[in-house]
Design a protein around this ligand. Structure first.
Ligand code: C2E
Ligand code: SIN
Ligand code: SIN
Ligand code: FE
Length: 389
């Protein structure tokens, strides 16, 4: 390698390192790692195993030959989650067990005196010929082996598979350890998000009645809201913001006396006036938001009882003047309220609920939101059956 080539590779590695650290979505991260490592070694195929407990879980697979020959769907099919034991009998297990690199020039000519062997089932099933393989351990910053990166068939100019080069081993090894750290971070980010979500649910529950029903109600309506937002074509980030912000829609109920909130009957005029103020009380609690999610929660708290025809509260605004998030949550909230037992009402049969929603299309509810809700009704029902009391 010339000095210039070395510098180029070095810069490329740094670039990849930076892009890996900034990706917090685990799935995207794994596919970036495999595609960058393949690009670096001209590998036709690649996959990645993550260590979970005492097993390796097969996470991702890319294979240009299968994709070009049979299409992306077939390539996807070739990716089925399976696990391997961490021992010296299989290739990935061997690498995870020993921490050694395996650079195999010909998978069909593995020496007799080693303990590992190459399973030919994949090649047979997909009519593929594995020749050269480079198996690299992924070691995190604490020296723990967290996975194995597997590259297959380093291709020469004419598409012929040749052995991986010795010098590629160290480069991929360092890339793999950066990847290991990035994977740990992405997992941590996912854990933090889960903890954050649970905290939001707990706070929202504490603010309302102290029973399990409320927690389930809040989770269901936040999932319904996310399904609708996704169905409307919003990106993952926005959908997640809706999922995190919607649980606080009724936080203002903390300011409503129990004699009203828990009344097992219809509210009188004075009680209703107090009840409606849960929207503006929520707006006050969430004022001066210090994050996008809190700002969105405030908008939702204030607007989730507005009606599309302008007959809602607290402001009586209509149509597009109602923030979209409020229009989405309004439907999610009512669908769940009608499906559930309340101190003042019994659950409604499903058909009665869907009839009301259709009747209120363009009246109480945004017609587009109703359409998307109906298009995704199967998924809505799945959530309803999952978070059941
Ligand atoms: P919630 O129980 O979570 O109900 C949310 C929304 O679901 C209601 O907003 C309403 O739009 C819809 N909904 C619930 N039950 C029915 C129903 O039997 N028929 C129809 N057509 N829609 C229904 P809304 O009306 O603005 O009420 C807001 C909150 O005020 C309710 O939240 C509940 O906490 C309280 N509330 C409403 N009506 C009564 C009542 O008669 N007695 C008591 N104790 N509380 C009530
Ligand atoms: C709520 O209206 O948010 C709580 C009602 C319930 O106990 O499910
Ligand atoms: C707001 O976002 O503060 C206003 C919401 C509304 O107009 O209902
Ligand atoms: Fe409400």
């Amino acid at each position: 390698m010339t000095m210039e080539q070395l510098e180029k590779q070095f810069n490329k590695l740094i670039e990849i390192g930076i892009s890996l650290t900034s990706e917090h979505n685990l799935e995207k991260l794994l596919s970036t790692i495999v595609s960058e490592a393949r690009a670096f070694t001209c590998a036709d195929a690649g996959s990645l195993y993550i260590k979970e407990g005492d097993e390796l879980v097969f996470m991702i697979s890319q294979n240009d030959t299968i994709r070009n020959r049979d299409g992306a769907d077939e390539e996807k099919k070739a990716y089925k989650k399976f696990t391997l034991p961490i021992n010296k009998k299989n290739l990935a297990g061997y690498v995870a067990f020993t921490g050694q690199i395996l650079n195999i020039p010909d998978a069909y000519n593995i020496p007799e005196d080693v303990e590992y062997s190459h399973k030919k089932t994949f090649d047979k099933q997909y009519n593929y010929k594995t020749v050269s393989m480079l198996m690299i351990p992924m070691t995190d910053n604490e020296g723990e082996i967290t996975g194995v990166l597997q590259l297959i068939n380093s291709l020469q100019n004419h598409g012929q598979a040749v052995p991986f080069k010795k010098e590629q081993e160290q480069i991929i090894l360092s890339m793999a350890s950066q990847a290991a750290v990035a994977i740990n971070n992405a997992k941590l980010t996912e854990d933090i998000k889960k903890a954050h979500y649970n905290t939001i649910i707990r706070l929202a529950v504490a603010a309302e009645y102290k029973d399990e029903d409320t927690a389930l109600h809040i989770k269901r309506m936040s999932e319904y809201s996310a399904i609708i937002a996704k169905g409307m074509g919003f990106d993952d980030k926005y959908v997640e913001n809706i999922r995190f912000a919607s649980p606080m829609h009724d936080i203002g109920k903390i300011g409503i006396p129990d004699r009203i909130l828990l009344k097992p009957a219809k509210l009188d005029k004075e009680e209703w006036q107090v009840m409606m103020s849960h929207t503006t009380i929520g707006g006050d609690i969430l004022k001066n938001p210090d994050s996008d999610i809190i700002a969105l929660s405030r908008t939702i708290a204030l607007s989730h009882h507005e009606k599309f025809n302008g007959k809602g509260y607290p402001f009586g605004i209509q149509g597009d003047d109602i923030p979209l998030e409020g229009r989405i949550v309004a439907l999610a909230d009512v669908f769940d309220a009608l499906s559930s037992r309340r101190p003042y009402k019994e659950p409604w049969p499903l058909e009665k609920i869907t009839n009301l929603i259709s009747e209120e299309r363009g009246e109480q509810f945004d017609p587009t939101v109703v359409d998307v809700f109906q298009e995704n009704f199967e998924e809505i029902l799945k959530v309803r059956d999952e978070f059941i009391e």
